[in-house]
Design a protein around this ligand. Structure first.
Ligand code: SER
Length: 626
């Protein structure tokens, strides 16, 4: 089977087990401060697991685009050097929302692997959670018992918390898990060392392919576990690993998921893949990062100087400098590989096709600018070496190259070794450590646990399209310390407050009870929770409040929101239908609308857009009073 057929066989199997096939969520996460990118198939269901939102389905399955380049799950540095880690990968998953649990999850996985795609049972091993004293968790004997129905006990291995207790992040849904591993070594090697001894030992031929998580708990900010309202199943299988197994390859990169891209890189560089480790690593890095960066941009995350945008910029730069250093690419090359990726993926992920032009242009510009920076850095390096003949490269200077010119330290070391000199690594590391400490301090944020005031399973009712105030009760609140300042976050049963979303600022206003008034400074959304931010917690949170927004401010925001739509339509009329909203900011003072176009707008085009917007009959009604 080719990759496309394998993906479909998984979805077909779970369809036949009454699962609804749902689309992949975007790879870029916009409304969960604990995540930058989708790092697992379950992310889009987090609120269902936590009981914040009812589920539309009892059972679901999908193939989810994931990216593991930041936070708790980060594989970036491994990528390219081994043959089975990726930044972007597809996770095949099936979910039960309070429906089936361990028994069926285990039976389905076993049936799919051994009867549908017919993997040799003799190569499979499974792990179960062996318990954890600190968490007060016993070994998962229930999963052990169900596995015994399928495999002999010498194939069931107990694992520790690191491998067999899955957590999405520092807080959030989690639970014991059971992994399925496969031994892909040849018979001779298998005879010498039993596969079970190599499970979770980083052997490139004995790898995990599927993780079955039994979601039972919520990890709280102080580290303790709270039982979830219902028990769920969250499974995730590495699609690229499954393809490798079924296509009989020893590396994920040898499958039809990666080979078309790798062969194109080989052709462009004139270097054959499989000839030398260094150039092979570079080709793998580029093939992997092309996918990560393209999908992130297609889903709306442009490279930038901070946050998620900076992560994407770094991933792309990593690809560029591997190409530059090891394959001799001095002109933008990653963007030239995009058509191959689009051809491979457009059937399952149409967004990559519809955004192709934009993705290509953004990557090309990023590459060109980074290659210019690299060239400048090389000049600085040459200048330094001339000024300090026969001297090692000072750690501060190596750090400057790293920080300002994006030179990874191994590139500086390589250039130094070509001159027969060394780099002061101690000095470099000290600089790096200092920088890390600085950013750690800047990012410090501690969420306290939610304090429940009134129990409710229902999400907050939003009445703000029609009502500017309403009677309301506090469901829960928590204390948050960010950058040494404390604020409180409040969830209400009913609210007129519109939460910051898609670039539109949230409402401000007041909560008033018989005895006091507290100011709401902003409203944001975290997953699907509407959070009201205040610096002052009401003294009596159990009482009834009147929740009222600042009406005049809301009207101004609404005006600017409407103007965004009018401007979008006008831009499409003047420049063409490729104009799509890539980002925006709408507040009570102004609006900003981000879009891509192939050239700078001319003054005439700008005038035309202004004219169309201002002539729109709606405009007079909605014009901002200012
Ligand atoms: N959430 C689990 C994982 O990412 C299973 O899907 O491995």
């Amino acid at each position: 089977m080719n990759a496309y057929e394998i993906r479909n066989s998984f979805l077909d199997f779970f369809r036949s087990k009454e699962h609804t096939i749902v689309p992949s969520a975007p790879i870029v996460v916009k409304n969960d401060p604990t995540l930058m990118f989708t790092n697992a198939g379950m992310n889009q269901f987090k609120d269902i697991f936590l009981g914040n939102q009812p589920s539309k389905w009892k059972r679901a399955a999908d193939s989810q685009k994931c990216l593991r380049v930041s936070g708790k799950h980060n594989d970036l540095e491994e990528v390219g050097h081994d043959t089975y880690h990726h930044t972007m990968f597809e996770m095949l998953g099936n979910w039960s929302f309070g429906d089936y649990f361990k028994k069926e999850a285990i039976a389905y996985a076993w049936e799919y692997l051994t009867e549908v795609v017919k993997i040799d049972k003799d190569r499979l091993y499974v792990t179960v959670f062996g318990g954890d004293e600190k968490d007060g968790q016993p070994a998962d004997m229930e999963a052990y018992g169900y596995w015994k129905d399928h495999v002999s006990e010498d194939r069931i291995i107990y694992g520790n918390k690191k491998d067999n207790f899955w957590e999405m992040g520092e807080t959030g849904p989690c639970g014991p898990c059971s992994e399925i591993h496969i031994d892909l070594r040849d018979d001779e090697a298998r005879k010498q060392i039993p596969g079970r001894d190599l499970v979770n030992m980083d052997d490139p031929q004995v790898i995990e392919i599927w993780n079955l998580v039994f979601m039972q708990y919520n990890r709280m900010a102080d580290g303790h576990l709270v039982e979830l309202p219902a028990k769920h199943v969250d499974t995730g299988m590495g699609f690229e690993r499954l393809v490798r197994v079924l296509q009989g390859k020893t590396s994920n990169y040898d499958t039809d998921v990666f080979q078309p891209i790798i062969q194109a890189i080989a052709k462009m560089s004139g270097i054959e893949y499989g000839k030398a480790e260094k150039t092979d690593v570079a080709m793998r890095v580029i093939a992997d990062h092309l996918r990560a960066v393209s999908f992130a941009i297609a889903d709306g995350q442009l490279p930038s100087n901070n946050g998620a945008g900076y992560v994407i910029r770094r991933v792309l730069r990593r690809a560029v400098r591997y190409g530059f250093t090891f394959l001799g690419f001095e002109e933008p090359f990653v963007c030239q590989l995009l058509p191959i990726l689009v051809q491979q993926m457009e059937h399952n992920y149409p967004e990559i096709k519809s955004q192709q032009e934009l993705v290509s242009k953004v990557i090309r510009e990023e590459e060109a600018s980074f290659l210019r920076t690299l060239a400048q850095g090389i000049k600085r390096f040459e200048g330094y070496v001339e000024q300090h003949p026969q001297q090692d490269i000072d750690g501060n200077f190596a750090f400057e190259l790293f920080d300002t010119f994006g030179f990874p330290i191994d590139l500086t070391q390589l250039m130094a070794s070509e001159k027969g000199i060394n780099v002061d690594m101690e000095g470099f590391k000290a600089n790096l450590e200092e920088q890390k400490n600085r950013s750690r301090k800047a990012a410090e944020k501690a969420n306290g646990d939610w304090v429940v005031v009134n129990e409710s399973e229902q999400p907050t009712e939003f009445v703000g399209y029609t009502d500017m105030s309403c009677e309301s009760h506090i469901l829960r609140f928590r204390e948050v310390v960010a950058k040494k300042k404390t604020h409180f976050e409040i969830v209400l049963d009913k609210t007129p407050f519109y939460a910051e979303m898609g670039g539109e600022v949230g409402d401000t206003g007041t909560l008033t009870s018989e005895n006091e008034t507290v100011k709401i400074l902003n409203t944001v959304k975290e997953n699907n929770l509407v959070i009201h931010i205040t610096e002052q917690l009401p003294q009596n949170p159990e009482t009834a409040f009147n929740a009222a927004i600042d009406v005049e401010r809301r009207q101004r925001i609404a005006n600017n929101h409407s103007a965004t739509h009018l401007m979008h339509a006008a831009l499409r009329q003047v420049l063409g239908t490729h104009v799509e909203q890539k980002g925006s900011l709408v507040d009570d003072q102004r609006l900003r609308f981000d879009f891509s176009h192939f050239s700078k707008m001319t003054p005439e085009e700008i005038r035309q857009v202004e004219k169309i917007v201002n002539q729109n009959p709606e405009c007079d009604l909605r014009r901002n009073p200012d």
